[in-house]
Design a protein around this ligand. Structure first.
Ligand code: NAD
Ligand code: MG
Length: 390
């Protein structure tokens, strides 16, 4: 029996992971499941999967969780420390699928105890790539990417030397507004930004796909995870979302990973690696696909990409600034405080303010510095939003 835990179990990635576990329940011993405010879902999954412990991220929901678990053997816990404690419990495989920088510490705890971390939470690598990799090295843990593009690159690299790689190309659907006239973007509503053309995902990453902040995070994730230089990493808009990434080699060959937009492929790959087991994903019928198209991402439509490139080159703590400011700006858009196109402006303001005092970006990559930087970036994003409103 493999001991497995899922952080962010109630979300889109978490539920897809549970779907796969349920297909072979005898193979897994579930240690911890975590969620947020969807207590009913968390309790129900913890009961049916017979988890050791269920954790809600929010302490004020602990009583509700306890009540929902009455009569079962599942322990109830709540809050950030409880998440870290649960992630420190010995497990063979841990899914990191919390959204945002909140996923960093549970992921570090899992790597520290030697688990294989299936990493959907790209924010961990964006905020603290070197720290995450070092924690894995020291703790004996291993990271397997779950982001579809990064899983695709990982698969294209099997059996290859990194030294023979010339370029890494990650694809982007272009998001909800890829075909909108640019001058209409300032009017984009929350409901419109929350509809992805191809993928069914959590709301935050869906909006980040429309702005391409998601792709910007993925550029940094690519650099940190595969340790390839920024100038080798490209983004191409591919509206069909069937090719997830391509790796180009010295001899000119391009290896592409092709499949339907279903996260159970990347999750299942990470769950069964190094084996390839049968997965319940649609098999592509190429004749009915008929056509794959590509185009350059437009700078004016996706300013987040330019910011992400600069951060990828800058390194240091700039990833934590970028992510923290982006999370706050997204909170602002979700709350109706700012418009869709304002998000990139806010993040740029915050980056400029940090850049003006380079000492802030060049501190050591410790957990404490990352958390402080994240905190300050959010504070300055709030200030930037207030200034815009006033
Ligand atoms: P989601 O919003 O559907 O789920 C997020 C999960 O995190 C939920 O379980 C929620 O309860 C929990 N959560 C929210 N705030 C929290 C906090 N402060 N502390 C602890 N837990 C909290 O998100 P998702 O779409 O499943 O994405 C999860 C992660 O996977 C993100 O990092 C995202 O970028 C990444 N990812 C998702 C997809 C996808 O297809 N959904 C694809 C690639 C990568
Ligand atoms: Mg992705």
């Amino acid at each position: 029996m493999r001991r497995v835990s899922i952080f962010g179990a109630t979300g889109s990635i978490g539920q897809n992971t549970i779907d796969l576990l349920r297909r072979a329940p005898e193979a897994y011993d579930v240690v911890a499941l975590s969620g947020g405010r969807n207590i009913a879902q968390l309790a129900q999954d913890a009961r049916t999967l017979r988890a050791e412990v269920a954790v809600t991220a929010f302490p004020e929901r602990l009583d509700e969780l306890r009540a929902a678990l009455t009569g079962s053997d599942v322990q109830a816990a709540a809050g950030p420390d409880a998440l870290i404690e649960a992630a420190s419990r010995p497990a063979d495989w841990v899914m990191s699928a919390i959204v945002g920088a909140a996923g960093l510490q549970p992921g570090l705890a899992a790597l520290g105890q030697g688990a294989t971390l299936a990493l959907a939470n790209k924010e961990s690598l964006v905020c603290a790539g070197p720290l995450v990799l070092e924690t894995a090295r020291k703790g004996g843990g291993r990271i397997l990417p779950v982001d579809s593009e990064h899983s695709a690159v990982f698969q294209a690299l099997i059996g290859e030397e990194l030294a023979s790689v010339e370029r890494v190309i990650i694809t982007a659907s272009g998001g909800a507004f890829r075909d909108w006239p640019l001058e209409k973007l300032p009017e984009a509503t929350l409901a419109q930004a929350s509809r992805h053309p191809n993928w069914d995902m959590g709301q935050r990453i869906t909006i980040d796909s429309a702005s391409m902040f998601n792709k910007a995070l993925e550029l940094i994730e690519t650099k940190e995870f595969f340790q390839v230089p920024p100038e080798m990493i490209e983004v191409i808009v591919h509206p069909e979302s069937l090719i997830h990434a391509l790796v180009g080699f010295n001899d000119g060959a391009l290896m592409a990973h092709v499949g339907p937009p279903d996260m159970r492929h990347a999750i299942g790959f990470a769950l069964h690696w190094p084996e390839r087991r049968k997965l319940p994903v649609e098999r592509l019928d190429l004749a009915s696909v008929a056509r794959l198209s590509f185009r350059e991402p437009e700078d004016a439509r996706y300013p987040a990409l330019r910011l992400g490139r600069a951060v990828m080159r800058r390194g240091g703590l700039s990833g934590a600034v970028f992510n923290g400011a982006k999370e706050r700006a997204l909170d602002g858009f979700l709350a109706g405080r700012i418009g869709f196109v304002d998000m990139a402006g806010i993040v740029e303001d915050v980056l400029n303010r940090f850049e003006a005092d380079p000492g802030l970006l060049d501190g050591d990559m410790t957990l404490e510095n990352v958390m402080q930087t994240d905190h300050l970036a959010r504070e300055w994003a709030d200030t930037a939003m207030q200034e815009r409103a006033g």
